[in-house]
Design a protein around this ligand. Structure first.
Ligand code: PGA
Length: 249
């Protein structure tokens, strides 16, 4: 059975004390134990988050990482730095990294390979923009994003991958893909993996949906056959809302 996963992406929000406080609030919530829960605070608060989540069953992910092991890359963070403070997961390819920091599928391929080789697990984000959906090229766009960044991986490396389909037009906009639109794309994504690898690999990969998931729409989205959870931005900054989404399964 595929893992059910809900991950909060806190983006550039929360100071260290706010990070610890939100985690303490989350720990007070009754979170469904069948769901694997992640929080992804900003780099400077990862260490505090690892300490605060110890023995809680909540996992910590980084929001990004550099593809090189070390070196003259001012302002960057490496895989070994994440691992050393107890972080085992990294989000790569978020649409904000693509749009504001110029991350391309080719660069993301390097980042994914570096992360996996270091022993990190990757939550890989991708998804089409509004114009691409309107011009009905969204399936082609997603296919290219996945094939460039991921389809050179070995089948065994997919055990370290979680996918997060996030249509850019639904992120932070309050506009959600309909459950049918999410299911249609998730089924397509799984069929691509099946074509490039096999059914065992395709059936084992958790595919999350992201984009304006809220307590009010989580259950309907998560009930779709190929939707295995969510990547949550805005609604993950509030413990009750995030818990309601986790418990939306
Ligand atoms: P949102 O963000 O839930 O605020 O739309 C999702 C994301 O960016 O991962």
């Amino acid at each position: 059975m595929r893992k059910q996963i809900v991950s909060g992406n806190w983006k550039m929000n929360k100071t260290e004390s706010e990070t610890t406080q939100l985690i303490e609030e989350l720990k007070q919530q009754d979170l469904k134990s069948s769901v694997k829960v992640f929080v992804a605070p900003t780099f400077v608060n990862l260490s505090a988050a690892v300490k605060a989540t110890k023995d809680s069953g909540i996992h910590v992910a980084a929001q990004n990482m550099h593809q090189s092991a070390s070196g003259a890359f001012t302002g960057e963070i490496s895989s070994s730095m994440l691992l050393d403070i107890g972080v085992r997961h990294v989000i790569l390819g978020h649409s904000e990294r693509r749009a504001y920091f110029g991350e391309t599928d080719e660069l993301l391929k390097e980042k994914v390979q570096a992360a996996l080789q270091a022993g990190l697990h990757v939550i890989f984000c991708f998804g089409e923009e509004l114009e691409e959906r309107k011009s009905e090229t969204h399936f082609d766009v997603v296919k290219k994003q996945l094939s460039t960044a991921l389809f050179d991986l070995d089948a065994t490396q997919w055990q370290q991958i979680v996918l997060a389909y996030e249509p850019v037009w639904a992120i932070g906009t309050g506009e959600t893909a309909s459950p049918e639109q999410a299911q249609e794309m998730h089924a397509f994504i799984r069929s691509l993996i099946r074509e490039n690898y096999d059914s065992t690999c395709a059936d084992a990969v958790s595919i999350l949906y992201g984009g304006s998931v809220k307590p009010a729409n989580a259950t309907e989205i998560f009930s779709q056959a190929d939707v295995d959870g969510g990547l949550i931005g805005g609604a993950s900054l509030q413990a009750e809302d995030f818990a309601a989404i986790v418990n939306g399964f």
